[in-house]
Write a protein that binds this ligand. Sequence first.
Ligand code: ADP
Ligand code: MG
Length: 724
Amino acid sequence: MATFRQRALNEAAMHQTGRYYEEAGPVSGYFGKNVLDLDKMRKYMSQKAYEAVIASVKFGAKLDRSVSDEIADGMKTWAIEMGATHYTHLFHPLTDSTAEKHEAFVSVSEGHAFEKFKGSALVQQEPDASSFPNGGLRNTFEARGYSAWDPSSPVFIMDGTLCIPSVFVSYTGEALDTKAPNLKSMHALSVAATRVASLFDEAVSSVWVNLGIEQEYFLVDESLYNARPDLMLSGRTVIGHTSAKDQQLEDHYFGAIPSRVSSFMKDFETEAYKLGILLQTRHNEVAPNQFECAPLYCEATKAIDQNMMLMIIMQKVAEKHHLKVIFHEKPFDGVNGSGKHCNWSIVTDTGTNLLSPGKTPTKNLSFLSFYAAVLKAMHRHHFLMMTSVASLSNSYRLGGNEAPPAVMSVFSGSTLYRVFQSIMNMKDIKESSSAQESITIVNSIPEIFPDNTDRNRTSPFAFTGNRFEFRAVGSSQNVASTVYILNSVVAESLNEFRDEVDALEADGIERSEAVMKVVRRFITESKDIMFEGNGYSKEWEEESEKRGLRAVRNVPESYEVYHEKQTLDMFSSLGVLAPNEVEARFEILNETYVKKLQIEARIIGDICLNHVIPAAVRYQNILIENVKGVKEIFGKDYMNYCSAEIETLKKISTYINNVSVDVDALVEARKKANRIENIAERAKVYSHSVKDMMDKVRLSADNLEMLIDDEMWPLPKYRELLFF
Ligand code: ADP
Ligand code: MG
């Protein structure tokens, strides 16, 4: 009888390379074809309706009922021309995924069928949303939530459905998604950054965030994936012995892309291009079967929407290729995990990147102001920032020696770091020599500023010449939940910066001197967050602790940061999240943590009892029969001829016993934890007792994998999952 694994391996061997989504002609010919951008919109509606959309996109103006019907009608006409039959509001609930509920355009009146799409259906939809996580924000008797169109993201067609990017809020207006607070944080940041930018350039009237999101992922053959219940249900392998060869030869990174994978990449790129997603790079990553793609950066809300769409497209396209895309941060033990590096910069409406040093002293003074404000924000909220990426899945990756450490620091590069050192070392800025010194420093930045190749890949938050790269974000995460926190902490710090400059100016201090004074104070106060060395080293672990930087060592424990006054004050003073909305997120984070760990714990139990132990017992019996036979033939001398079998038998029997005992203990640990009423406390107990027990179970199961006849092992092995 062939095992499930053998059948899967046979099937996998039949899977071929092919292209399924080719488009004729150059990419420019079909780029953005499935998106109704502003240019196209103009053709499908009157000038009045079009202007209403523009006002809404640019200035957040509310759409009047009188025009919304016309806008909806224009969208419907376009969508039907494009072959769409349904529409849906697409929103980002607090689950790191997207949600959609499709409604047909078609309607019937007096036996006559026609397509209908009203303005009210465009602007608002009421999904029966009672089963989305809400962290207590909705009572079951008032379970309604509604989604509302966010005109700043264009509508598009996917799979024959008109998709309407939306926010998702409770009936009483609290945010139930990641998009609403993100939009609010963009606004808060725009206001604060404009206040600071206008110190140097009065023409600036708004500021926006640019994001470039690099996406890492693994690919696994579909048949092998289907033969691994753990991958299917939890996104990662909960058992599995490391492969003799994995990434130690460093031969995968930037290596030749296997042809089956490159066909898949070309296909999903084509689909992404049609949705206006400008993918620019593709390459192999460090671990075997690990890859990365990155789009050209764009406005943050759009970049986030596009990243979420990209993940969906990749999954869909992969089906045709008999592949599965694994976005989990750590699907395989022993090889690198995956991240979603967020390249973040802020730009004025006059086109200036505020994180880019320039050729003039004013530009550099502005650059230093923004940089100092970021440092201050990262220092003050370092633990919150690190917690913003903390999840069960990312916890398997962070803090390992291949991913950003669990403690926040900012890497600036040697040149800039030297600039900060000299600013901090300056004597009182009022003295003329110091004022002179500061001008020299500021003047010299453009000349001494290196190209952005000065990289430190061990830093969670690194400056790369004209942007920051937040490398600790998890590959499966919706980055909005991190970006709105980053925007908010920086907005708070920029407001403070401007207030202090204003106060100094009111005291009669000249502006550039006042700015330098505040820059110096901000940098000095935040110097502990700056770290240029190796973030993976033991020394840094000790040093960061000495500096008072808190590390995220335990995920549910770190969530307590959402109860700290400093966090709550920051969110509410900026109008990003009210305390009850923060509390709801706290609840949901803990709930998600528990549920995911519970699933993993169940799977490891099931796999061990239903797959591992039965296979091990079968092999154990073969060995027992063998020893009996040897004994029959050789009598009392039998030990001379089967000591190896006996040794193996002893080991196998011990491990079988361990697995069985430890699975029982795991079930007990779970049951005990489940009795804890308070979700945050339950999560903490899970994070210790349940997780520890899973590690124990895994150890014995992985040992069995090494002992049992390969033919009999039921689950695809790492070496099979990780290499095409
Ligand atoms: P690397 O892997 O070397 O960091 P990639 O080319 O893979 O570089 O990704 C870099 C990402 O940063 C891309 O998405 C790119 O568009 C983005 N990026 C470049 N400049 C900016 C900027 N000023 N603001 C935000 N993102 C940027
Ligand atoms: Mg990259």
